[in-house]
Design a protein around this ligand. Structure first.
Ligand code: HAM
Length: 420
């Protein structure tokens, strides 16, 4: 009997096990297929970067940088951090490798683990996985619309239901300062109604008050000025064109002027995909434009846009709508005796050459126990191979699903399986 395990995963971290891993793989395959059709190519960046890569881009005064980064000093005395998200690292790579010299727009996607020291709860982990994309060097709202519609296409293709897009424009360096002033003016005589976090945000990052989930802050901001009423002409035109294009591409969306994102690098378009099934942590994906970040990293003035999908949240939703089945072997070869066992290995090898999952029974154990194992694995076909079959060159087969059975020549197994 096994006792209490000596080691367990850390709080907020989890093992992803079969059959869930099969679902993860199929989601990743769909992402690759759809993103490739839009001209996105895979990029892989390290999980560990210099801390400043994240702190300067995401923003010193954001929750992520202030409270949630896994930061430590390495043996060379450098401050390094596990990546809390992918965008900053991709921008670092884009600038470091002069990727802007490639034909534009340059479009990348990535899969991988991210790390945030958050309070774990349903849909919120300390190690979680994102599928993300980043597209560079095209300022036109056409790119925003394409990226958003690609995300919609991806989520629908994997079978997510009940999702909705919320979009916003949070302006640019021309119009946002005046909007911030308007917000500060609005909240200055309401500070006592705000939660302690929002009192701090008032001084440092007033836009984030719009995102607070505390009910008295929601109440206090009910008449707050709206960013969409304070956009400069260029931002207003960009946002208007984006909405026209989304309508053209049949992406349904709602404008949410209160949606400000938890990362400071955004300019103009921001968006989130929410789902009824997710409860309070309800964004399954989110993203936006970040037109200044490449320049801030020392590269040329290059607009960009991207998004990231939270894998755990997405897979959680998929599991709510469909039951998971374990994948099963196509063929289980039950063999009786050493000679048959050897022949079974050779037959299995031929089937595996054709990418079929073939399992071989333990030739020393009884037929009954081998069949029990085939049954437990839910193999589709069982082949039975003993001295008699070796002599005749003909195998017995049984379909475990419908109990049909018959015989097939050893030389014709591949054709037999291909035919069904
Ligand atoms: P984000 O909103 O911080 O944006 O994260 C994107 C998605 O990652 C969220 O919508 C959520 O599904 C998932 N996620 C975030 N934190 C957690 C967590 N602790 N546990 C589980 N899932 C989580 C970004 O990360 C930006 N880099 C997106 C982006 C790309 N913007 C432009 N390009």
């Amino acid at each position: 009997m096994s006792g209490t395990p000596q080691y367990k995963t850390l709080k907020g971290m989890q093992d992803i096990l079969p059959p869930d891993t099969f679902l993860w793989q199929s989601v990743e395959q769909t992402a690759r297929r759809i993103f490739s059709a839009f001209g996105f190519q895979e990029i892989r960046v390290p999980v560990l970067e210099a801390t400043s890569v994240f702190s300067r881009s995401i923003g010193e005064q954001t929750d992520i940088v202030e409270k949630e980064m896994y930061t430590f000093t390495d043996k060379g005395g450098r401050s390094v951090s596990l990546r809390p998200e992918g965008t900053a690292a991709v921008v670092r790579s884009y600038v470091e490798h002069n990727l802007h010299s490639l034909p534009s727009p340059q479009k990348f996607y990535y899969f991988g683990p991210m790390f945030r020291y958050e309070r774990p709860q349903s849909g919120r982990f300390r190690q979680f996985y994102q599928i993300g994309v980043e597209a560079f060097a095209d300022p036109h709202p056409r790119l925003d619309a394409e990226v958003i519609s690609m995300l919609g296409r991806f989520l629908t293709s994997i079978g997510l239901e009940g999702i909705s897009f919320q979009i916003n424009s949070i302006g640019c360096e021309q119009c946002r300062p005046a909007y911030k002033d308007a917000l500060v003016g609005f909240f200055s005589d309401k500070k006592e109604n705000l939660c302690p976090d929002c009192v701090r945000r008032f001084d440092r990052n007033p836009l984030r008050i719009l995102d607070c989930k505390v009910s008295r802050c929601i109440e206090a901001r009910s008449d707050a000025p709206r960013i969409t009423d304070h956009l400069c002409q260029d931002c207003r035109t960009h946002f208007g064109k984006l909405q026209d294009l989304l309508t053209l591409l049949e992406v349904s969306f709602a404008v949410n002027p209160e949606m400000v994102r938890g990362l400071d690098y955004y300019t103009r378009t921001t968006f989130e995909v929410t789902s009824q099934g997710l409860g309070s942590q309800n964004a399954v994906a989110a993203g936006g434009r970040y037109n200044r970040l490449v320049k801030e990293f020392g590269g040329p003035d290059t607009p960009a846009i991207g998004f990231a999908v939270g894998m755990e949240r997405m897979v959680g939703l998929l599991k709510q709508s469909a039951s998971l089945t374990w994948p099963a072997p196509a063929v289980f070869i039950a063999a009786l005796g050493e000679a048959a066992g050897n022949a079974a290995l050779r037959i299995a090898g031929k089937l595996r050459d054709q990418d079929l999952w073939a399992e071989v029974g333990d030739a020393e154990s009884s037929l009954k126990s081998q069949l029990r194992r085939a049954d437990r694995l839910a193999a589709r076909f069982v082949f039975i191979l003993g001295d008699e079959e070796l002599r005749s060159g003909t195998l017995k087969w049984k379909n475990l699903a419908d109990a049909s059975q018959g015989e097939v020549k050893m030389t014709e197994i591949q054709e037999f399986l291909a035919a069904i």
